[in-house]
Design a protein around this ligand. Structure first.
Ligand SMILES: [Zn+2]
Length: 254
């Protein structure tokens, strides 16, 4: 903006109008209106300055306002562990489909072997399918080779079900250390824990699961739920989803 104003160049007709080609024609002639010319030009300059200032304000404020909207858009990630199992996983998937919510499933490898159709269904309905070990072992108690076996076998089970290879793993019980994490990394699996745990696996009433989630979420929260266990999880889900939506949250997958 600075410079377009002709900074450094005088803009008063009585001083320079005759020296500036192109301006002269638009300026009041010196001979006829030398008294009224200066105030008129000053007024025009002020109007121009106001217009430029207005444009500058709009340009400067428009972008940060949009950036702020992006930064304050609230979202949560719902995750479901320990499946897939007949019954429960289907009910969870049904609710997610009805509510148009995408989530992430951390599957146990051997469950995926037993129920490849459910792994496929979760993926085909837009969810993310990730790695929760093959036998739900405490990975910190295993040898390096044992940890690798658990993670690799689960990747294979998911791929054999016709779903892309996982890129995240969640250690069972959240039990982890630097060794577990780095073996995951070496297999292309980013360790992913959670930030909100309503302990749905212990089967509290659906209303309790729901209020524990709603009372503890913040934007960016990763909510730990269970489709493999958690008898009341599917019943709690509509309350969780409606409650989060009414608080302005959207849903993302990992
Ligand atoms: Zn688990």
């Amino acid at each position: 903006m600075r410079g377009q104003n002709g900074a450094g160049r005088p803009w008063f007709p009585d001083a320079t109008a005759h020296d500036l080609p192109g301006i002269e024609g638009r300026m009041p002639s010196r001979g006829t209106q030398s008294r009224g010319g200066a105030p008129l030009a000053l007024a025009a300059t002020l109007v121009l300055a106001l217009i430029l200032a207005f444009v500058a304000v709009v340009l400067l404020q428009g972008e940060p306002a949009r950036a702020q909207t992006r930064a304050t858009a609230k979202y949560v990630r719902l995750t479901f562990d320990d499946g897939p199992v007949r019954g429960n996983t289907c009910r969870v998937l049904d609710v997610l489909r009805n509510k148009r919510v995408k989530a992430t499933f951390f599957v146990i490898g051997q469950q995926a072997r037993w129920n490849p159709g459910l792994v496929r269904r979760a993926y085909n309905e837009g969810h993310s399918v990730q790695n929760h070990s093959y036998t739900h072992a405490d990975l910190t108690t295993l040898s390096n080779a044992g940890i690798e076996r658990e993670l690799r076998a689960t990747n294979r089970a998911v791929v054999d079900a016709g779903v892309p290879r996982p890129y995240r793993f969640r250690p069972p019980y959240g039990a982890t250390n630097a060794r577990v994490r780095s073996i995951g990394t070496s297999l292309g699996l980013t360790q992913t824990l959670w930030t909100v745990d309503p302990r749905d696996w212990a089967d509290p009433p659906a209303s309790v699961v729901c209020s524990r989630v709603l009372n503890n979420v913040r934007s960016g929260s990763i909510v730990l739920l269970h489709d493999g266990t958690g008898a009341n999880t599917d019943n709690a889900l509509p309350c969780i989803i409606n409650g989060l939506r009414s608080r302005g949250y959207s849903f993302r997958k990992l």
